[in-house]
Design a protein around this ligand. Structure first.
Ligand code: NAD
Length: 293
C-alpha cells in the first residue's frame, strides 16, 4: 500500500493563512485578538513551547503577553495574575503552560481562568460544552488539530470505528468526544493503560489514534490493513548520531506501520504543528465571541 502521508506542517500553514484575513478584519474594527501565555519556572522544554506560541502570535498580528514567573511563585500570586488577565480587555485567551511546578494546583488555577478566555479548553465549563456539542466552547488544541487533519484530507469518520489510545483530558477524552459528536458520527473506543488485549481492539480500528507517550507502542500487529493512523505521541529517544543526542519519535513504529496504512501522520511534522495553529484559531474565536463578530 502507498499511504498518504498527512502533512501537518502544510495543513497548519493553511490554517494560519486563513486566520490572517480574520485577524486583519478584526484589527481594522479595533478588536485585535490577544493571547497571554504564562510560564512558571525554568523548564527548558516549556520555555521553547511558550516562545513558539508567542512567535506564532507575532507572525499573525495577534497581540501577546508573555509572563515568565519564578519557580517559587505561590498559588495565590498566580491566581492574582489570572484575575488580572481575566479583567484585561486586550487579552482574549489565557494559557498557563503545563506542567507547572509541583506546589501549584493546576486544576485550581484552571478554575480561575474565565471560561471565555480558556483557549486551552480545560475549564469544566468548556469540557461540558464539548460534551454538550455547544460550539461556543473551546476544545483542546491537539484533538482539534487531529480533526482538522481528518477534514483537510477528506478522511471520512461517519460510521467508522475509531480507537483512541489514551484517556487524558488534553488529548484522549476530548478526541473521543469530537469523534462521537453529531458532526463526526464515528463509533469510538477509548483504550488506556488498563485495557485488556489492546492489540485485538486496535486491529478493529478503521482509524487509530495513539496519544500515549510510549515510543513505538503501536507496531504493525496493531494495524488493520488500510487503516488511518494519527500519531499524537511526542517522545525523546536517545540517538548518539544526532547533535542533540536524541531524536523525537511518536507512539507508532512508523517504519513497520506505514506500509499497511491508507494514511498516516509522521512524527515530527504530523499532529505536532497543528496544536499551535489551533491555539491561534481558538484565540481568534475567543476574540470574535467577545466582540460579537
Ligand atoms: P498522559 O500521560 O496524560 O496520558 C497517556 C495515556 O496513555 C493515559 O491515558 C494512559 O492510560 C495511556 N497509556 C499509558 N500506557 C499505556 C499502554 N501501555 N497502553 C495503552 N494505553 C496506555 O499523556 P498526554 O498528555 O495525553 O500525551 C500523550 C502523548 O501525546 C505524549 O507523548 C505527549 O507528549 C503527546 N502530546 C502531543 C501533543 C502535540 O502537540 N502533538 C500535545 C499533547 C500531548
Amino acid at each position: 500500500m502507498n499511504p498518504i502521508i498527512i502533512d501537518g506542517k502544510e495543513t497548519s500553514r493553511k490554517v494560519l493563512h486563513n486566520l490572517r484575513t480574520d485577524i486583519a478584519q478584526l484589527t481594522q474594527h479595533g478588536h485585535t485578538p490577544g493571547l497571554a501565555v504564562v510560564l512558571i519556572g525554568e523548564d527548558p522544554a516549556s520555555r521553547v513551547y511558550v516562545d513558539s506560541k508567542v512567535k506564532a502570535c507575532e507572525e499573525l498580528g495577534i497581540y501577546s503577553q508573555k509572563w515568565v514567573l519564578p519557580t517559587e511563585t505561590t498559588q495565590k500570586e498566580l491566581v492574582q495574575l489570572i484575575h488580572q488577565l481575566n479583567a484585561d480587555d486586550r487579552i482574549h485567551g489565557i494559557l498557563v503552560q503545563s506542567p507547572p511546578p509541583a506546589h501549584i494546583d493546576e486544576q485550581a488555577v484552571i478554575l480561575n481562568i474565565d471560561p471565555r478566555k480558556d483557549v486551552d479548553g480545560f475549564h469544566p465549563i468548556n469540557v461540558a460544552k464539548l460534551v454538550l456539542e455547544d460550539h461556543t466552547g473551546f476544545v483542546p488544541c491537539t484533538p482539534l488539530g487531529c480533526m482538522e487533519l481528518l477534514n483537510t484530507y477528506s478522511i471520512p469518520t461517519q460510521g467508522k470505528h475509531v480507537v483512541v489510545i489514551g484517556r487524558s483530558m488534553i488529548v484522549g477524552k476530548p478526541m473521543a468526544h469530537l469523534l462521537v459528536s453529531k458532526q463526526a458520527n464515528a463509533t469510538v473506543t477509548i483504550a488506556h493503560s488498563r485495557t485488556a488485549d489492546l492489540l485485538s481492539i486496535c486491529r478493529t480500528a478503521d482509524i487509530l489514534i495513539a496519544a500515549v507517550g510510549r515510543p513505538g507502542l503501536v507496531t504493525a500487529d496493531f494495524i488493520r490493513p488500510g487503516a488511518v493512523v494519527l500519531d499524537v505521541g511526542i517522545n525523546r529517544v536517545e540517538d548518539a548520531t544526532r547533535p542533540r543526542g536524541y531524536r523525537i519519535v511518536g507512539d507508532v513504529d512508523y517504519g513497520s506501520v506505514q506500509p499497511l496504512c491508507s494514511a498516516i501522520t509522521p512524527v515530527p511534522g504530523g499532529v505536532g504543528p497543528m496544536t499551535i495553529a489551533m491555539l491561534m484559531s481558538n484565540t481568534v474565536k475567543a476574540c470574535k465571541l467577545t466582540c460579537g463578530a
